[in-house]
Design a protein around this ligand. Structure first.
Ligand code: VG1
Ligand code: CO
Length: 544
């Protein structure tokens, strides 16, 4: 087996976004496109000779081919060992778990997460560091800089590795160990949650659960954990076969794309508990009978009830949320007397806080929740956390959330996505907002008064790194706010995200329809940003 050094020319568009490099499959299939990026990752790292790399993906189209290329490049570049999931499958939280458990140098995750897959869909690649978490901006910037000048990459000339058989083989001087994709992750879950109590709930006959894996990566994990270890009946997991194109759907667990689950949970005789996860298994949606839990509320409920769960019995050191996430968890932190951190969008910003034990639980409004058990958000972990709370409390999902609102007040919250906006128009809209920031403060807007208006900037409390331009925030004197930012995960055109939040302490006003409760702020957001006028969209493409 010989190591080939192949000449190449750079691509100018390999800048990682919110979570790795995401492009249409056809782009990744261009000669040398994947190879250039992988070599740029390796060239940006120090000290990996002889070390272990973890590799796996969400099973989408091009996953297997990409893994074979990465294995041969890892061998040619001097890694000692690669741990790869059987069939090339690892969920994102499973990769994080395995990097930590086996003290690997880092990991490569192949996924475009919630973006559609298949030959005409998207593909993605992301590097995770030794703590198991997404590479921080310092590393992703170095990768991008390298990708702009790269002129060669190294690859081993060798046969493909059999990814379907668990066990070790050698590839040049490197060992490839194919691991069962589920075992290590499931074992970690058993250390955190009261499986016995959850098993009693799921087999009691009074409690039915429906888990929708959207034909994405969590199928095998969910079946092994819920139907296997926890004794839930077969069929509890629906759409549980991972498919290369996710059955043609968006593997995005929200009320629009998880329509099968929504039909069940809002239909006649709904189960007590429903959940869905995304392409790579790091997102979760929680639903009760006829009742949707916003991800921001979910984070707050988990924080408030953490000590009911064995893994968090001793309490939570602190909590963290991304800036656009609702402030519901802030109120829990205040009551518990712990710190609450506000970070930019993207899980990579939680890593330092988790490592320094400043935060135990973290979350984003985009259906991401997680803790210090790994360094990624974790969909099935959140589902198990909810099941554990439900088993202890013996209440319905709706009752738990409504009790929570009665105690802390309700943060009405919604996100409006405008997908497929022309890029120039989106940039013009954001520039228009930026130009108003300096004059908005103190001004009346509709029936509100602006308390602050800025472009969110974050200084990491641990390493003091600064991240600027992380979203436009306009906050009002009554605590409500509107936030605007452009997505960093899309692959076509631009996606404008509008986040709207309003706090309601009065329990008698907790049952208003969310869109109705937020209507004045939504109207105002349109006026300030001229969304309809500039984009030509009459309404958002997705409302959460
Ligand atoms: C979106 C979400 C963000 C999340 C990111 C990755 O980013 O808003 O909260 O961290 O996706 O999630 P953006 O830039 O499109 O708003 V995942 O599950 O796609 O890796
Ligand atoms: Co994801």
């Amino acid at each position: 087996m010989t190591i080939q050094t192949v000449s190449t020319t750079p691509f100018s568009d390999q800048k990682p976004g919110t979570s790795g490099l995401r492009k249409q499959v056809a782009v990744f299939q261009k000669p040398n496109y994947l190879e250039n990026f992988v070599q740029s990752i390796f060239d940006s790292l120090d000290g990996y000779q002889g070390q272990t790399l973890v590799v796996g993906g969400d099973g989408r189209f091009y996953n297997r081919q990409a893994i074979q290329i990465i294995l041969k490049m890892a061998a040619a570049n001097g890694f000692g060992k690669v741990l790869v999931g059987q069939g090339g499958i690892f969920s994102t939280p499973a990769v994080s778990c395995i990097i930590r458990k086996y003290e690997a140098f880092g990991g490569i995750i192949l996924s475009a997460s919630h973006n559609p897959g298949g030959p005409d869909g998207d593909f993605g690649i992301k590097y995770n560091i030794g703590n198991g978490g997404p590479a921080p901006e310092k590393v992703t910037s170095a990768i991008f800089e390298r990708s702009k000048v790269i002129d060669e990459y190294k690859i081993l000339e060798a046969e493909d590795v059999n990814l379907d058989r668990v066990g070790s083989t050698s590839l040049g001087n490197m060992t490839v160990e194919v691991l069962d994709a589920v075992n290590d992750y499931a074992a970690l879950m058993e250390t955190l949650f009261d499986f016995e109590q959850i098993r009693q709930l799921l087999t009691s006959g009074n409690f039915k659960m429906c888990m929708d894996s959207l034909h994405a990566v969590t199928g095998p994990y969910a079946k092994a954990i819920f139907e296997g270890l926890l004794g839930a009946p077969k069929g509890t997991v629906q759409n549980g076969e991972p498919l290369e194109d996710f059955g043609g759907g968006h593997p995005d667990p929200n009320l629009v794309y998880a329509h099968d689950l929504v039909e069940v949970m809002f239909g006649d005789h709904p189960p007590s508990f429903g959940a869905a996860s995304d392409g790579d298994g790091d997102r979760n949606m929680i639903v009760g009978s006829n009742f949707f839990v916003t991800p921001s509320d979910s984070l707050a409920v988990l924080a408030a009830n953490a000590t009911l769960v064995p893994g968090y019995r001793d309490g939570v050191a602190g909590v963290a949320r991304s800036m656009p996430t609702s402030q519901a968890v802030d109120r829990v932190a205040e009551k518990l007397g712990i710190d609450c951190y506000e970070t930019p969008t993207g899980w990579k910003f939680f890593g330092n806080l988790l490592d320094a034990d400043q935060a135990t639980l973290c979350g984003e409004e985009s259906f991401g929740t997680g803790s210090n058990h790994v360094r990624e958000k974790d969909g099935l972990w959140a589902v198990l956390f909810w099941l554990n709370i439900l088993a202890v409390k013996g209440q319905s999902v709706e009752a738990i959330v409504k009790d929570h609102w009665a105690t802390y007040g309700r943060n009405y919250y919604s996100r409006h996505d405008f997908e497929g906006v022309d890029k120039d128009v989106a940039n013009e809209l954001m520039a228009g907002l930026r130009s108003q920031l300096s004059t908005l403060k103190g001004q009346p807007l509709g029936s509100y008064t602006v308390a602050y208006a800025d472009d969110f900037s974050y200084t990491d409390p641990i390493d003091k790194s600064v991240s600027q331009k992380q979203g436009i925030r306009i906050g009002f004197t009554d605590g409500s706010r509107i936030v605007f930012r452009l997505s960093g995960t899309g692959t076509q055109g631009a996606t404008l995200r509008l986040y709207v939040e309003n706090y309601e302490p009065d329990t008698s006003k907790h049952n208003i329809d969310t869109q109705e409760a937020l209507a004045p702020l939504i109207q105002l957001a349109d006026e300030v940003a001229k969304i309809k006028e500039l984009t030509g969209f009459d309404e958002p493409t997705v409302i959460t």
